[in-house]
Design a protein around this ligand. Structure first.
Ligand SMILES: Cc1ncc(COP(=O)(O)O)c(C=O)c1O
Length: 385
């Protein structure tokens, strides 16, 4: 029997023991924790839609129509008109052949990799990929090969050395802990040269990234679909869209296979239809109201401007995820405690989420932050540079 007590003691000794923060209000740019209102820089609610008035009214209306729960897994009776409409909408929006709406990004990756898993498949993954992708490979019969973070020479070297009848490259588009972006054009040309499939996880890009301001922010435009071929596209609703759940797009064949073989999909209760319909409303809102995304980019630009003025040492990122490397787990958590005293809610990210000695402060900017909130954050960061 594992020595639970000792495992916990060791985590505490290494400053890697995690505590949950109990929030007492809705996710918004201000959040209540332990009775105190804090400026919230710790949420993936990039477009500030998780507490949006119009979406809350929509959800209430949908609950009146559909009730609360879906009552069953999708292949029994949990798949509703709402699920079908959302799938059709996303398919059209992103230009794939088909879409499957599922319960969470984590489970979508587990289901995807396990459903296609055969001994002869090798999956090449960036070392910085989200845990759900790495762990999905480990849980499957596929062979996992990890290349150095954002190092495409290393990817090319590994992909040409390793013999496998089926090769897949799987990468995050926006790396969840650093906000860095993968070079999809480069990756796709490597995939083409080595006849590999390309799978991407756009959890932090969907609804946020854009190729140009006029088009839907995260339409496949930002992924250069005209120039690259994506064989599976995964994204989630729990971040920019502000609701919950996830989806995968691909060919009709892939989606049909997932319906037959993705175990988290087949054996888990479907998402509540009221939430699914609200998700569709949220996506429409992002498309129709360009101001929502514009505000986010204006806040990112303002943050970066202040950082430059104050000469604060922040890692390079053009996304709402901004980080400061501290490199010590105790120090990183002490900084977060100090921030809380000044009503600033930021989170420290420690091993194993990031490599040892790469502990960092992760800041999430949203379209809901005011310039004043951002200024107070940068003034605090300036005290720890
Ligand atoms: C890249 C990536 N994929 C998947 C997930 C999991 O998504 P979900 O929260 O919907 O399970 C996350 C969550 O942070 C993520 O960053």
């Amino acid at each position: 029997m594992p020595d639970f007590k000792n495992i916990i003691l060791n985590l505490k000794k290494d400053n890697n023991y995690r505590n949950r923060v109990t929030t007492e209000s809705a996710q918004d740019s201000l959040i209540k924790v332990s009775g105190k209102i804090l400026n919230n820089f710790s949420s993936n609610n990039y477009l500030n839609l998780a507490n949006n008035k119009k979406l809350k009214i929509k959800l209430k209306k949908c609950v009146d129509e559909y009730g609360i729960g879906s009552g069953a897994s999708p292949l029994i009776s949990g798949y509703s008109k709402a699920h079908e409409s959302l799938e059709k909408r996303i398919t059209k929006l992103l230009g794939f052949e088909s879409t499957l709406v599922s319960n969470s990004g984590y489970l979508t990756n587990v289901g995807l990799i396990n459903a296609i898993s055969e001994n002869e498949i090798t999956i090449f993954q960036d070392k910085g990929n989200h845990n759900s992708i790495i762990e999905s490979s480990r849980l499957s019969k596929t062979k996992l090969v990890r290349y150095k973070h954002l190092d495409y020479a290393d990817l090319e070297d590994k992909i040409q050395k390793i013999k496998s009848p089926t090769k897949i490259i799987f990468t995050d588009t926006v790396f969840s802990m650093t906000g860095e972006q993968a070079d999809l054009l480069k990756i796709s040309s490597i995939a083409k040269r080595h006849k590999a499939l390309l799978f991407i996880d756009d959890a932090h890009g969907f609804g946020v990234l854009r190729e140009n301001e006029k088009k839907f922010p995260s339409s496949i435009n930002h992924l250069n679909l005209g120039k690259i071929k994506i064989d599976a596209y995964v994204a989630t609703f729990g971040k920019a869209v502000g609701t919950f759940g996830a989806f995968v797009c691909g060919s009709k064949g892939l989606i049909d296979l997932l319906i037959q073989k993705s175990k988290p999909y087949i054996y888990s209760t479907a998402l509540p239809p009221a939430l699914v319909e609200t998700t569709l409303e949220s996506i429409n809102m992002i498309m129709d109201d360009k101001k929502i995304v514009k505000n986010l980019y204006s806040n990112i630009a303002y943050f970066k401007k202040l950082i430059k003025i104050f000469k604060v040492n922040i890692n390079n990122s053009n996304t709402p995820i901004q980080t400061m490397t501290v490199g010590n787990p105790k120090e990183v958590m002490d900084i977060c405690k100090r921030a809380k005293k000044l009503n600033i809610f930021i989170q420290g990210i420690r091993y194993p989420t990031v490599p040892i000695n790469h502990d960092l402060i992760r800041i999430n900017l949203t379209s809901g932050h005011s310039k004043k909130q951002i200024q107070s954050l940068v003034e605090f960061l300036n005290t720890i540079k």
